[in-house]
Design a protein. Sequence first.
Length: 118
Amino acid sequence: MLRVGSIVLRVDDLELEKAFWTAALDYIGREEEDDDWALLRPREGTGPNLSLDLHHAADRVPPRIHLDLYADDQPAEVERLKALGATEVHWDRRPADADYVILADPEGNRFCVIDAGR
């Protein structure tokens, strides 16, 4: 049986992305540090890891992978993430009744905040 162990995002600024994702998800970094890789894990130990790979790349649009983050209070989480440095991504094909909001982290990596109460 397989399970998701880690989701990997390629990033340009490792420290910026570590700060954003640890605050956004309440994750913590592993004790040993690397110059080009960060493994973040849930503080409470439940859920997949998020790995950040320092890898300078050209344009990432459209992204080949993104995170769906489930929120009990979607509007509050969207505002909290924006305060951390996320930006909202407007997509003209998004349905009016969509249960998700598309955001991008400080480097433009996209993720969705899903209304888990719907």
